[in-house]
Design a binder for this molecule. Structure first.
Ligand code: CP
Length: 329
């Protein structure tokens, strides 16, 4: 089964269809569907800033956030997003769940389903786990990051940040540098940004470069300085040591020398570029504090803000059909 399941779709104003029942990845989304979610998210940014007119469109709905892996930003922003829309939000952490007692993923999925949630948000350490749960439950499922596979709402919030800061995404040169091999953020960003016609460059040591990554429509570099030339956006990724077995880089210090984003490197190769990082950051390894905290160029806290808006949009859109919203099949 594909991500969409091809169930009756949600109507996009203008007649196109958003047919996806779940959001398990950016893969399978059409460019106009990505743009649609960004447009929807954009409408929540100002509302979140002013909080002038509370909107409780998910009142009476139950949202379960089932997190089998640690998270700060994604968990909190999904919780805030659901609550701002009036949903009853319940968080399930793996450390306190029966997963620790040996419960299988299928049994967990069936348990979540029996509780008749209206929407389930899942983070899991295994690639494909979210899809597996989505196939077992009756409500929409949102992927909050699964293993090395995808992190679709991160890519959407990154795209929204770029679009708002630079006025568009098409033809912007975006450099994604870091541990590409273990990164679901990189994969989802590559899919989203290339779909929206950005020029995407990826950069990593050869040990952290996925084989044949060019098939995703990106240009691969092992030389960070060359990759950065003329960049509009530089997106840094951390070394994901929790997903590594053995050593992929000689040392953090060596890695910083070749791939760390410093003020000097930025000024020399991409002086006006927007600086992004999905977090959590390892300051002094992939990014220096002076860059991460750059008053004009760093968009890192803005990314977090956009995360709430994007997650509100996704929760709203994916539950419209079940809520019987007029005009949405
Ligand atoms: N960017 C991101 O997914 O952060 P968390 O792991 O804190 O959710």
């Amino acid at each position: 089964m594909t991500q969409s399941d091809h169930r009756p779709g949600t109507l996009i104003p203008g007649g196109a269809v958003f047919p996806h029942r779940h959001l398990t990845g950016i893969e399978g989304l059409e460019p106009h569907e990505i743009t649609f979610l960004l447009d929807e998210a954009d409408t929540w940014v100002e509302a979140n800033r002013t909080r002038a007119a509370p909107d409780r469109r998910l009142a009476g709905s139950t949202q379960i956030n089932a997190f089998f892996e640690n998270s700060t930003r994604t968990l909190l922003s999904f919780e805030i997003a659901g609550k701002r829309l009036g949903a009853d939000v319940v968080n399930m952490h793996a450390a306190q769940s029966s997963v620790k007692k040996g419960e299988t993923l299928i049994d967990t999925a069936q348990t979540l389903n029996a509780m008749r949630a209206d929407v389930i948000v899942i983070r899991h350490m295994s690639s494909g786990a979210v899809r597996l749960i989505a196939d077992k439950v009756d409500c929409p499922v949102l992927n909050a990051g699964d293993g090395r596979h995808e992190h679709p709402t991160q890519a959407l919030l990154d795209a929204l940040t770029i679009r708002r800061r630079l006025g568009g995404i098409a033809h912007k040169r975006v450099v994604i540098c870091g541990d590409l091999l273990h990164s679901r953020v990189a994969r989802s960003n590559i899919l989203a940004l290339t779909a929206l016609a950005a020029e995407v460059r990826v950069c990593a040591p050869s040990t952290l470069m996925p084989p044949a990554i060019e098939r995703f429509g990106v240009t691969a570099f092992t030389d960070f300085d060359r990759a950065m030339e003329g960049a509009d956006v530089v997106m840094m990724l951390r070394l994901q040591t929790e997903r590594m077995e053995g050593g992929y880089v000689p040392s953090s210090r060596e890695y910083h020398l070749r791939y760390g984003l410093t003020l000097e490197r930025l000024a020399k190769h991409a002086p006006g570029a927007l600086i992004m990082h999905p977090g959590p950051m390892n300051r002094g390894v992939e990014i220096d504090s002076a860059v991460a905290d750059h008053a004009e160029q760093s968009a890192i806290t803005e990314q977090v803000e956009m995360g709430v808006a994007v997650r509100m949009a996704c929760l709203d859109v994916l539950t419209r059909r079940a809520r019987g919203v007029e005009g949405w099949a």
